[in-house]
Design a protein around this ligand. Structure first.
Ligand SMILES: NC(=O)c1ccc[n+]([C@@H]2O[C@H](COP(=O)([O-])OP(=O)(O)OC[C@H]3O[C@@H](n4cnc5c(N)ncnc54)[C@H](O)[C@@H]3O)[C@@H](O)[C@H]2O)c1
Length: 310
């Protein structure tokens, strides 16, 4: 790919987006962040990035892309609450489908060289198939959030076919690390760490035997940087391929935070996927990406960061 000098990061005040911004600035790339601060925070913003407090669903957003003409756009902004997407699918679609479509159209008009889309692996598959899921398996999203991510991938593919606009859709597994919001409904590691450090009770949904594929945020940033540099286009899974039970996560974080929390359970969440993991061999082959942060190391860094927060 030709040299990248300018980037836009949507959702750059959020958890994953802000780490991507930091990595770009380190590489001396000029960065503009577009974020409406709905879940993101000003303190996550890199002071060397330009900041536009604008929603991706607003008419101003395509104008910013056309004015700045970035070489690459990292699209991380999204309504990320799955339950909210079920309660209000129209609101979810306005941001997650129409926002992504407006981005793709403006990017094509502004001759952007590549879009890197934060998609979701966990939202694409259900217990109907056995993990680890590969990109070859048919996506069967069951929530409006997952449907919107799939629609985003398909629109990006449409713009690739019709306008020659390259894209990489990175389907993340369960990402964790510093700056993750511990007040949301997702992000079990952030929620457990945040609450345990404050001595607040933690409850495991159901038996805790349900599994997820946890990938550390630095590895996710690395996948984004490789996606920017390499010539690949298409969908790539970004996880570890390993399943970890939620009760194991409970035990590990409990041990890191003093081990005082009794193990308590809530009723199981209706419709919750029981097992999940991503087969990431395609990303290894085409992007030369593989995760390098071991879970114990990632958990330790995450708990350390939460400990420093007030
Ligand atoms: N965290 C995970 O485990 C995970 C897994 C799969 C996919 N993803 C995807 O990665 C991306 C980043 O997620 P995150 O975990 O960092 O969440 P986050 O909530 O920390 O980040 C999302 C950011 O987008 C901003 N935003 C939301 N709606 C917006 C809008 N309409 N206009 C402008 N900005 C808006 C928020 O203020 C926030 O800063 C999302 O697209 C999410 O769907 C995350």
């Amino acid at each position: 790919m030709t040299k990248i000098k300018k980037a836009i990061v949507t959702g750059g005040a959020g958890f994953i987006g802000s780490h991507i911004v930091d990595a770009l600035i380190k590489r001396r790339i000029k960065v503009a962040v577009v974020d409406d601060l709905s879940t993101g925070q000003k303190k996550n913003l890199n002071p060397n990035a330009k900041f536009f407090q604008v929603s991706i669903a607003s008419p101003q957003f395509p104008q910013i892309i056309k004015k700045l003409k970035p070489d690459v756009i990292f699209h991380c902004a999204a309504q990320i609450n799955v339950r909210e997407s079920v309660n209000d699918p129209l609101k979810d679609a306005r941001q997650n489908i129409l926002g992504t479509l407006a981005l793709a159209q403006a990017a094509a008009d502004a001759n952007v060289k590549k879009i890197i889309f934060s998609s979701s692996g966990g939202a694409m598959f259900s217990d109907a198939i056995k993990p680890p899921y590969s990109e070859k398996q048919e996506a069967q999203p069951v929530s409006p959030y997952g449907i919107a991510k799939r629609a985003g991938e398909m629109y990006l593919d449409f713009f690739h076919q019709t306008h020659g606009l390259p894209y990489v859709a990175l389907r993340y597994a369960n990402v964790y690390g510093p700056r993750q919001n511990d007040k949301g409904e997702a992000g079990v590691i952030a929620i457990f760490a945040g609450r345990m450090l404050k001595g607040q009770p933690v409850k495991i949904n159901g038996t805790g035997r349900q599994t997820r594929d946890f990938v550390y945020v630095d590895d996710v940033v690395k996948a984004n940087m490789l996606a920017m540099r390499k010539n690949a286009t298409g969908i790539f899974h970004v996880g570890t391929g390993r399943q970890t039970e939620i009760k194991t996560i409970f035990k590990k974080i409990n041990a890191l935070t003093g081990g005082l929390m009794p193990q308590r359970h809530n009723a199981a969440q209706p419709g919750e996927v029981m097992r999940s993991a991503l087969d990431c061999r395609k990303a290894k082959q085409s992007l030369a990406w593989q995760p390098s942060v071991k879970m114990d190391e990632g958990l330790k860094k995450t708990v350390e960061w939460f400990r420093k927060q007030k």
